[in-house]
Design a protein around this ligand. Structure first.
Ligand code: SF4
Ligand code: SF4
Ligand code: SF4
Length: 254
């Protein structure tokens, strides 16, 4: 907290990501200006070439952890921040960078043969979510994030409100939108096992869910495979689709 002005100091850090969630934040200019008026934005990696400052109150983190350097940055962030918010699937589940997790072993040897530079072992690590390295207080899920969801969660963090853990699967939200189910048409949708919170926005737009919200702790994955099979979908295809955002085991995610 800036003692003189009583304004929370915020930093926004990017790890392994496409920076799409950071960019998406800029898509809600009107609300953003309201929120930015409440904070002292000390560092925004996307817009700054300065190093991260030493003192701040709230840290927003985008991206997966793929290097030891990133893990060290997170530990520093956790030491200083009273609240840590992750934004996007990359930070929450390792997301797209996490797709490299299963094939991580031996990848350097595939590229460098028998002459793997020692520095590769020093800097690279298996992709993992932020919560596998430090405790996370709040999370804005999905790929990309909903910027309005970000504004809402940031305000909670600023005022120290209790985080709300979303656990149910997406189907409830989808039903509230009064949409039919893709499975009735033999089309695979990962909403059966994906955490609610996005308002089932893809099914609402006529597209099946691809699981970017992460697997719900309440999900019955085995039951979902059976539903897929009954609709003529090979359960192996269901598993493969689920890997896109959920390579890292659920217990390692938040
Ligand atoms: S969650 Fe998606 S949009 Fe956000 S940084 Fe990762 S890949 Fe990009
Ligand atoms: S499986 Fe998909 S389309 Fe069907 S109810 Fe769930 S979210 Fe909606
Ligand atoms: S419907 Fe599924 S894929 Fe679409 S934003 Fe929500 S969680 Fe992500």
């Amino acid at each position: 907290m800036d003692e003189q002005k009583n304004i929370p100091r915020v930093v926004l850090v990017g790890l392994a990501s496409c920076f799409g969630c950071q960019i998406n934040i800029t898509n809600v200019e009107a609300h953003l200006m309201e929120v930015l008026g409440q904070v002292d934005m000390r560092y925004w990696q996307l817009t700054s070439s300065e190093p991260m400052p030493d003192a701040f109150d709230v840290a927003v983190v985008e991206g997966a952890v793929t290097t030891e350097d990133a893990a060290e940055t997170l530990r520093r962030v956790r030491e200083k921040a009273r609240a840590v918010i992750t934004i996007g699937a990359c930070a929450a589940t390792a997301g797209i960078p996490g797709m490299a997790a299963a094939a991580y072993e031996g990848r350097a040897a595939q590229v460098y043969g028998s002459a793997v530079p020692a520095i590769i072992d020093d800097i690279a690590c298996r992709p993992r979510p932020v919560s596998d390295v430090i405790a996370v207080d709040y999370e804005v899920p999905c790929c990309p994030i909903d910027p309005y969801d970000f504004v809402r969660v940031l305000q909670k963090a600023l005022y120290g409100a209790n985080p709300y853990e979303r656990t149910s699967t997406l189907c409830g939200e989808c039903k509230r939108n009064e949409r039919g189910c893709f499975y009735g048409r033999g089309i695979m949708c990962l909403g059966l096992v994906t955490r609610q919170g996005c308002g089932a926005r893809c099914p609402d737009l006529g597209r099946p869910c691809n699981g970017c919200g992460g697997v719900s702790v309440d999900a019955n994955v085995e039951g979902a495979r059976r539903v897929a099979q009954r609709s003529g979908i090979d359960p192996a295809r269901f598993d493969k689709a689920l890997e896109m955002f959920n390579q890292v085991p659920r217990e390692v995610q938040r």
